[in-house]
Ligand binder design. Structure first.
Ligand code: BGC
Length: 366
């Protein structure tokens, strides 16, 4: 079968041949891949950045945002059956720490976890994959066209859920629940697929959502945001350090930009007692000057929390599938408009190359 692979540390991707995987245990599921999304991590891997091949292998099949159809299940499998649409999670535990032993490898304590398509395990940019039942999420057939968005959405589900949990342990308001977000002012920075999906999850929870980027308001991503009821903030007119005075203080900030300078500057926009979650992973090592003392002073004097969030557990994938279904009911085909380009596997060079400015999520159709 065909697969798209990279050699970690080297720029470029190639189409390779791999042996088709077969079930090896009663709790395994074989899936025919339908489509696989491309995100910033994939682009970084293809440009020679962060990635690791499986032990004893020099190349790595990339891809971690997948959806497919179950074609074979082991005798012990109860969660999925042939014909189901399915998504596999990304991270596989280290097998040593409490988090990994309790199905929370997203919070691995040793750092020895592996991630399909990123770190130590082949990914999903291929025709068939086999994995354990415990890593699968079965998706309703009417979501099949957008199920490839479940993985990026799972990242923001975790970030938002943890932000609410943090606030509920810190703030005296009684009974902070997910409904706490209702009417709260939330800023999402970086309107790529993760940022737009974060905006959607926040709008679904009743938040007043602002999205910051440096794009023309009439272009696809700001329009998608306003189409679901968010407000667009053009960072070229309102720089991060003026958001507070121009647009107002934000109870919650979710960064999906991966731009370190912006990630720091946005602290300026955070309200008293606010929570700020960073999901964007900056590439490269460009030096950055930070007003360290001012930043720490503000965090302390304003009771603020800033935390990072990476990866997602099965539960977050399930929350993502539920939110995708709610979004689908509320906005219909608008959800599908997030997927702007479909490529064939042989067009991988174009798929990983420069993108038109109106592109949102690009996928490979297998
Ligand atoms: C993926 C996560 C992964 C992270 C770090 C992201 O692009 O969506 O699943 O944990 O990269 O490797």
């Amino acid at each position: 079968m065909k697969a798209i692979a990279i050699v970690p540390g080297k720029a470029g991707a190639k189409l390779v041949e791999r042996a088709e995987p077969a079930l090896g245990a009663p709790d395994e599921i074989k899936v025919r891949i339908i489509r696989v999304g491309i995100c910033g991590t994939d682009r970084e891997e293809v440009s020679g950045g962060r990635a690791a091949a499986p032990d004893g292998q020099h190349d790595l099949v990339i891809g971690h945002e997948m959806c497919g159809q179950v074609i074979e299940v082991g005798s012990a499998v109860t969660r999925a059956k042939n014909g189901d649409h399915a998504v596999f999670t990304v991270r596989r535990g280290c097998g040593e720490c409490f988090s990994c032993l309790t199905s929370r490898s997203d919070m691995c304590q040793t750092g020895k976890y592996r991630e399909r398509g990123i770190k130590g395990l082949d990914g999903y940019q291929t025709e068939y994959v086999v994995d354990k039942e415990r890593h699968v999420i079965v998706v309703p057939a009417d979501l099949a066209a957008v199920a490839v968005l479940i993985e990026p959405l799972s990242i923001v589900e975790k970030a938002i859920d943890d932000a609410i949990r943090l606030q509920s342990t810190r703030c005296p308001e009684p009974a902070i629940t997910p409904a706490w977000l209702s009417g709260r002012r939330c800023l999402v920075a970086g309107l790529g697929p993760v940022g737009l999906l974060a905006a959607m999850a926040l709008v679904l929870r009743g938040a007043d959502v602002y999205g910051l980027d440096v794009l023309d308001a009439a272009s696809a991503r700001p329009k998608w945001l306003t189409g679901i009821g968010g407000h667009y903030v053009d960072g070229r007119q309102v720089p991060a350090d003026q958001v507070h005075d121009t647009v107002g203080a934000m109870d919650v900030i979710l960064d999906a930009s991966g731009i370190a300078a912006l990630e720091f500057n946005l602290l300026d926009a955070l309200a008293l007692n606010g929570v700020y979650v960073v999901t964007g992973i900056p590439g490269g090592d460009r030096p950055l000057q930070v007003q360290g003392a001012e930043l720490i002073r503000r965090l302390v004097m304003s009771n603020q929390v800033m935390f990072g969030s990476v990866n997602a557990a099965r539960g977050h994938f399930e929350m993502a599938a539920q939110d995708l279904a709610r979004g689908h009911r509320r906005w219909g085909s608008q959800l599908g408009a997030l997927i702007t380009r479909h490529h064939r596997p042989s067009q991988f060079a174009e798929a990983f190359g420069d993108r038109p400015s109106d592109s949102i999520k690009e996928v490979i159709e297998w």
